[in-house]
Design a protein around this ligand. Sequence first.
Ligand SMILES: Cc1cc2nc3c(=O)[nH]c(=O)nc-3n(C[C@H](O)[C@H](O)[C@H](O)COP(=O)(O)O)c2cc1C
Length: 283
Amino acid sequence: MYNSIDAKSNDIKSNYHLLISGIVPRPIAFVGTRSKDGNDNLAPFSFFNGFGANPPIVGFSPALSGRTGKPKDTLLNIKENPEFSISIVDYDIVEQMSLASSEYSRDVDEFTKSGLEKFKCNDIAAPAVKDSPFIMECKLHELIELGGKPASGNLILGEVLRFHVRKDIYTDNRIDPLKIDAVSRLGYGWYSRSNQGLFEINKPRVNGIGFEALPNCILKSNDFSGNELAKLASVKAIPVLSSDNLLSDKESLITECKKLLSIDKVDKAWQLVLMLESILIEK
Ligand SMILES: Cc1cc2nc3c(=O)[nH]c(=O)nc-3n(C[C@H](O)[C@H](O)[C@H](O)COP(=O)(O)O)c2cc1C
C-alpha cells in the first residue's frame, strides 16, 4: 500500500524532495531584510506559515546551502538586524519572485534585480514589495537552528507588528480569497494559483541580468508585464542579434515577442527585443 522510506538511511536530497513535493501546496513568504550596513535583500521561502494569533506569529525557514553549508543572506541579515517583512506573492509578480530567488551575492539588492518597487514599512527599516496584495511587518521572536549542517533549516519565528492589506482585496474586514490571487509552491518547478490551479515555472539556472540591464525600449514601455520582463531579465547575458528576422514593424515585433515569452521561448523572444531596439534607434 505504501513505499515505506526510512528517513535516516535515505539521502538528504531524497528527503528534501519528499518534503517539498509531499507537503503541498506551500504558501510563499517573500522576505525583505536589511543588513547592518543598510543593504536590502529580498528572497522567497515556502517553508512558511502562521503559527498563532495572540501574539500573531509567523515562521519560515532559510536552510543552510545543501552544497556548501553556507547561510543565506536573509538569515545573516536577520541575525544582524532582527526584523523582516513578508510580502505575499500573487500571480502578477510570480516570475519576478522566481528571478529574485537567484543566488546573487550579499551586496546585490534583489528588489532592483527583479524590478520590484520597495514599499516603505512603518515599524521596521526593512522594505517590503509594493505590488504585493498582503504585507506583514515582523520583529524576530525566536530563531531555532535545526541541525547546523548542509541543508539544515533555521526556523525563524516572527511577531507581526503590522499588517497591510491592499484595498481592492479587502471587503468587510476580510481578505477575499478569489481576489488575493496568491501563488503557492509544490515540488520541482510546480506552482499553484489559488483560484485557478497548477502551472510550471522554469527555475532560474543562472543569476539573471536583472531588470536594470533590460533595454529601455521594453522597460519603459507599457507593452510588457512584470512577468514577461522577468523572463527576459533571467538570461545570463544579453544575446547578440542574428540577422534572420523577417519582422520589421514595432507592433508585430511586440506581439510576436509576447507570444514567444508565453511559451518560454526566451532566446527567440530576445532576438525580437534586439530587432525592436535597432528599429527604434534608427528612428
Ligand atoms: C518559491 C520558492 C520557495 C523557496 N523556499 C525556500 C525555503 O523555504 N527555504 C530555503 O532555504 N530556500 C528557499 N528557496 C530558495 C531561496 O529563495 C534562495 O536560496 C535564495 O537565493 C535565498 O536568498 P538570500 O541568500 O538572498 O537569502 C525558495 C525558492 C523559491 C523560488
